[in-house]
Design a protein around this ligand. Structure first.
Ligand SMILES: Cc1ncc(COP(=O)(O)O)c(C=O)c1O
Length: 426
C-alpha cells in the first residue's frame, strides 16, 4: 500500500469514532503525522530547522505530537504562540511571522526577551513593523536585554504554480518586503546597530505548489539577498524558505519535499562558501497534517438533480477550502445503504454524485465524486482535511465546532477537542 493511502485500513476505526462521537467529526491518524514528519526530516535533515506552521492545524494535541517528532513551531499571533507553548514547544523553538502582527504581539516578543526567554526570531513584514519592533527592542536593550533576532520577510515576486488565492509570493500580493524596500526596513528598524539583530531572509512562495520552478526562482532571489546583505550585517546568516509542499489527491502526482530539497541543494552548491547561509529553515504546514485528517460526515438528504446529489452534515464551517478558493477534496463512502463500504475494496457500481454541504451558501459544495448508492444516515470521509480545516473553521449558521479525535498508533483513540471546544489564549 502506498504511504499516502491509509484510508482502507482506517475505515473501520473511522466508522467507530463516528458512532461514538457523532458527525461532523475530524479524525487525525497519528501514524500518518509521523510518516509525514519523517519524510520531511529525510528531505531537510538537521541542522536545517523544521518549523511547523501552526496555522495549518492549531489543535494543541496535534501541534504537541509534531513537537515530539522534532518540529519547532512557526506562529503568526499570540494565540498560536500560546497554543505552541501549551503543546510543550519552548520559546527557543518558536518563530513568529505573519502579516497581521499587532502591537500587543510585538510587545509580547520583547517581553519574552526581557524575561530571558526569547523566541528564536521574528520575521518583519514592512518598514512600519520594523520601526515599531525596533523602538521596543531599543528600549529593552537599554535595560540590558540582548538584541532581538529578526528576519526580513521578502516577497520574491515570482509566479507560483498554485491557485491564485494561495500565490502569496507573487509581486502583487500583500505579503512581505519588495527587493527595493529591504534597505529602508533595516534603517527603520534601527539599522545595523539598533535593538534588532538582522539574521536573514524569510520567504514563502505559496501554498500547495504544483511545481518547483517558482519556488526555485524565489529561493535563488533570496539567496542573492542573503549574500549581498551579509556583507554589511555581520549576523545575517539565515535563510527560511517557508512552506508550500503540496498534498494532492492520492492519484495526482505532486513534487515531494525531497524534490524541493534537491533544488535547494543545487542552488547552494552553485554558490561560493562565503555566500551560503549558515542556517536554513523550512516552515511547512499542509504537508505535515493534511493527509492524516479525515472529516467524517453523515448524509442528510439524497436527491436527483440530473444525477444523484447528497447533502452532508459537514461543509464549509468545517472545511472552507472548496468554498474559499475552489480547492478539491476527495470524498469516499464509509457506508453504502448503511452497510460498511471500502472494506473489502468495492468493485464497480459507482455513480458520479454531487456532494453538497449543509450551509445556507451555494458555494458550500464539494463537487462531483464517484460514489456508491447512498441513503440518509450513510457515512462519508472527506480526504486530506487535516490542513486548513479545523483552524479555518467557523460557527456560521450556529454550528458548534466539530470534535477532534486522534487515532493512535496502538488502535486506541483519544478526544483532542470536544464538540464546541475552541481556542483560549493564556
Ligand atoms: C509565511 C508562511 N509560511 C508557511 C506557511 C505554510 O504553508 P503550507 O501549509 O503550504 O506549507 C504559510 C501558509 O500560508 C505562510 O504564509
Amino acid at each position: 500500500m502506498s504511504e499516502a493511502d491509509r484510508l482502507p485500513i482506517l475505515a473501520d476505526r473511522l466508522r467507530a469514532v463516528a458512532r461514538r462521537f457523532g458527525t461532523p467529526l475530524m479524525a487525525t491518524d497519528v501514524t500518518g503525522l509521523a510518516t509525514a514528519a519523517g519524510t520531511l526530516a529525510a528531505a531537510f535533515p538537521e541542522p536545517c530547522l523544521r518549523q511547523y506552521s501552526v496555522k495549518a492545524n492549531d489543535v494543541p494535541a496535534i501541534v504537541g505530537r509534531l513537537g515530539e517528532l522534532g518540529l519547532g513551531a512557526n506562529v503568526v499571533s499570540r494565540g498560536e504562540w500560546s497554543i505552541a507553548r501549551r503543546a510543550g514547544i519552548p520559546n527557543s523553538r518558536i518563530t513568529l511571522e505573519g502579516i497581521g502582527k499587532t502591537p500587543a504581539d510585538l510587545r509580547a516578543v520583547v517581553r519574552a526577551a526581557e524575561h530571558g526567554d526569547p523566541i528564536l526570531w521574528t520575521a518583519v513584514e514592512s518598514a512600519d513593523e520594523a520601526a515599531a519592533l525596533g523602538r521596543l527592542a531599543a528600549r529593552a536593550v537599554r535595560r540590558d536585554t540582548p538584541r532581538l533576532d529578526v528576519l526580513l520577510r521578502f516577497n520574491p515576486a515570482v509566479e507560483p504554480e498554485t491557485l491564485p488565492g494561495l500565490a502569496v509570493g507573487s509581486g502583487s500580493s500583500k505579503f512581505g518586503l519588495a527587493n527595493d524596500e529591504l534597505a529602508a526596513a533595516i534603517e527603520a528598524g534601527g539599522g545595523p546597530q539598533g535593538g534588532l539583530r538582522w539574521r536573514g531572509i524569510q520567504i514563502h512562495v505559496g501554498s500547495q505548489l504544483g511545481a518547483v520552478d517558482a519556488w526555485r526562482d524565489g529561493v535563488r532571489r533570496a539567496l542573492a539577498i542573503v549574500g549581498l546583505l551579509s556583507g554589511s550585517l555581520p549576523d545575517f546568516d539565515t535563510l527560511d524558505v517557508g512552506g508550500g509542499f503540496p498534498v494532492f489527491d492520492v492519484d495526482t502526482p505532486a513534487p515531494r519535499p525531497e524534490r524541493f530539497a534537491r533544488e535547494l541543494r543545487l542552488l547552494l552548491q552553485a554558490l561560493p562558501d562565503d555566500r551560503r547561509p549558515a542556517r536554513l529553515a523550512v516552515e511547512p504546514g499542509r504537508f505535515l497534517v493534511a493527509r492524516s485528517g479525515f472529516l467524517i460526515a453523515t448524509v442528510l438528504h439524497v436527491r436527483d438533480r440530473n444525477g444523484p446529489m447528497v447533502v452532508l452534515d459537514a461543509g464549509m464551517t468545517e472545511l472552507i477550502r472548496p468554498a474559499l478558493y475552489g480547492a478539491r477534496h476527495g470524498v469516499v463512502a464509509l457506508t453504502s445503504d448503511r452497510r460498511p463500504w471500502l472494506a473489502p475494496e468495492p468493485a464497480g457500481g459507482l455513480r458520479l454524485t454531487a456532494v453538497e454541504g449543509p450551509i445556507c451558501e451555494s458555494t458550500d459544495s464539494l463537487g462531483q465524486h464517484a460514489l456508491p448508492p447512498l441513503v440518509r444516515g450513510d457515512l462519508v470521509a472527506i480526504r486530506d482535511a487535516g490542513a486548513y480545516g479545523a483552524s479555518l473553521g467557523s460557527t456560521y449558521n450556529g454550528r458548534p465546532r466539530a470534535p477532534q479525535v486522534l487515532l493512535e498508533p496502538d488502535g486506541s483513540f483519544s478526544l483532542a477537542r470536544r464538540r464546541g471546544g475552541g481556542l483560549t489564549i493564556n
